[in-house]
Design a protein around this ligand. Structure first.
Ligand SMILES: NC(=O)c1ccc[n+]([C@@H]2O[C@H](COP(=O)([O-])OP(=O)(O)OC[C@H]3O[C@@H](n4cnc5c(N)ncnc54)[C@H](OP(=O)(O)O)[C@@H]3O)[C@@H](O)[C@H]2O)c1
Length: 334
């Protein structure tokens, strides 16, 4: 029987593996207008932590309920179909759940995927999937970088951060990362290509470290973490700076931090804008083509932390949330 990972309790504070359980999926017929997938790759995305909290739910997604399979973006292969647009054998990307097979109707960020046999399938859930789209949309549509500008990226060693850093570097920007440990910072500088990286382990005074790394100030702050990092960056902007609000992971498992430097946005004529990658769903084919070209040119590299088997999903998610993995965290099911 195919299995799924369900929420057994709402996480309080740091999410743990004990917040999840594995169940067998009941047999369900495939109704007209639906198709069934055998899932091949699960994408672990930090943002879903927001909707695991008790009482969560907003204009974007409903909160997850106890006993429900955990929401996620998944790559699957159609094995049974009563939907004209998704014949058997089609590969699809969709927002579904941590489960080995799904019953879908083609809605909820669902689209067929054309894949190249030269590219590992899992990369279509990472650099060529929602992660790459998020980095691309946030940097190019919201940040709009110019050569020579200074770009600072928080959670630089994660899925979105490793892609943003490489894209900004390719635009001729000076790219500074923020991360948790010195070993991750060294990897980001030596392997991913960041010009310099500030780590919380050996440089706890972020304001001084940022001043030393970007003495002229920040042109673009690509923010994945919110809270203190965002507030500190707000105090060190150049004129016409752009703050790209992609995520706020430092706030997902702890109390919301107040922001105190908003006055700087006024005097620096800065723009701060949030976005959801899904707003650009219709542009995905062109964005994916651009990312694939960069990947094949060698301008972009894919950094992935791979886990195998549905039972590894809770561990993979906790590792990703708490900085134990590097690059894109994925679970491969076959
Ligand atoms: N707006 C959108 O459409 C969209 C789409 C996808 C993702 N996102 C957001 O983008 C961000 C990155 O998501 P992802 O899925 O790519 O995850 P990720 O960056 O691969 O993993 C999360 C990373 O955040 C860092 N982190 C964890 N707790 C932190 C804390 N308290 N303070 C500072 N950093 C912390 C850790 O990296 P270090 O070890 O480097 O600290 C961790 O590895 C998330 O905020 C997510 O919600 C937004």
């Amino acid at each position: 029987m195919p299995r799924a990972v369900v929420l057994v309790r709402h996480p309080e504070g740091a999410v743990t593996e004990a917040d999840f359980g594995i169940v067998e999926l009941p047999d369900a017929p495939c109704p007209a207008g639906y198709f069934r997938t055998r899932n091949r790759v699960i994408s672990l995305d930090a943002g879903f932590r927001q909707w695991m909290t008790a009482g969560a739910g907003d204009n974007y997604l409903t909160g997850m309920q106890i006993g429900d399979p955990v929401q996620s973006i998944v790559l699957g292969e159609v094995t049974e179909s009563r939907h004209p647009d998704y014949p058997v054998g089609t590969l699809v990307s969709a927002r579904t759940a941590w489960e080995e097979c799904s019953l879908l109707d083609g809605s909820d960020l669902c689209s067929p995927l054309a894949v190249s046999p030269e590219i590992p399938l899992y990369q279509y859930m990472g650099v060529l999937g929602p992660t790459g789209m998020t980095a691309w949309v946030g940097l190019f549509k919201i940040g709009q970088p110019l050569a020579g500008e200074t770009v600072v990226v928080s959670a630089a060693g994660g899925a979105v951060g490793t892609v943003v850093g490489q894209l900004a570097k390719a635009e001729g920007c000076r790219v500074i990362g923020l991360t948790s440990s010195r070993s991750k910072a060294d990897w980001l500088e030596q392997t991913v290509g960041y010009d310099s990286v500030i780590d919380r382990e050996t440089q706890p005074d972020l304001a001084s470290a940022l001043k030393a790394a970007a003495p002229e100030g920040i042109d673009i702050f690509f923010d994945n973490v919110g809270g203190e990092a965002l507030d500190t960056a707000m105090g060190q902007l150049r004129e016409q700076a752009r703050l790209v609000l992609c995520g706020a992971i430092s706030q997902y498992e702890s109390a919301i931090q107040p922001l105190t430097n908003s006055w700087e946005l006024i005097t620096k004529r800065a723009r701060m804008e949030g976005f959801m990658f899904s707003d650009y769903f219709d542009s995905f084919p062109e964005i994916a083509a651009d990312l694939q070209r960069r990947l094949q040119d060698g301008q972009l590299k894919s950094f992935d932390a791979l886990y195998e088997g549905i039972e590894q999903t809770p561990r993979a998610f906790c590792d990703m949330m708490h900085g134990a993995s590097r690059g894109k965290c994925l679970v491969v099911l076959d």
